[in-house]
Design a protein around this ligand. Sequence first.
Ligand code: SAM
Length: 219
Amino acid sequence: TSQEDWARSDNYHNSFLLPQDQILDDVLKNSIDKGLPEIAVSAAQGKFLNLLARSVQAKRILEVGTLGGYSAIWLARALPEDGELITLEYNEHNAKVAQENIDRAGLSGKVKIIVGKGHESMLKLTPNPPFDLVFIDADKPNNINYFTEGKRLVRKGGIIIVDNVVRYARVADPEYTSPNVEGVRTLLKALKDDAEVDATTIATVGEKGYDGFLYAIRK
Ligand code: SAM
């Protein structure tokens, strides 16, 4: 099965489950026009994040890795009127494009972008009130740091999701030793003895290729 087949598969399912969305189309186009790489979550994954946030009735969401704000928009749409999403981004240009996109989506009242190194920004955040959901999707070598801070900031029963933990099965292949792959392995090793969370990896396939999410609940 080729990448084209998986893209067609995503499109097929989306045609029943995800209504046409001019705002998200504009957001993706603006991100491409401004030179951002096409590494946002897919539409189906964005919708999945939105559904997860609604499942836990999230009022406060933290994201690490904004890019153009695509996943932030999906997540922020799950929030109630008085909800808040804080998203952390290192690259100033990405953050600027994300702000344009969040404005376009009418979500500037709910979404706050903090520009800086994700880990440093996280250290300054407090769990008062705590977050209901943390989505980690930035530089993979820092996964362990983001996860550790995520645990401190999320409420009991809250969710921590880490993107790109399968990477075409390379995480499980000893031939691969890139910092991104090692970043996932370090997190997995830490989770083996971590009594504070319960977690599983769900591998996915679609228009973005073969990858997966780690889904954890704070105990
Ligand atoms: N979550 C986004 C989405 O699905 O729309 C995609 C995020 S993209 C995969 C990763 C982002 O993390 C990039 O915008 C990159 O600039 C940012 N990033 C890289 N290193 C970072 C760091 N140390 N702190 C915060 N953000 C970082």
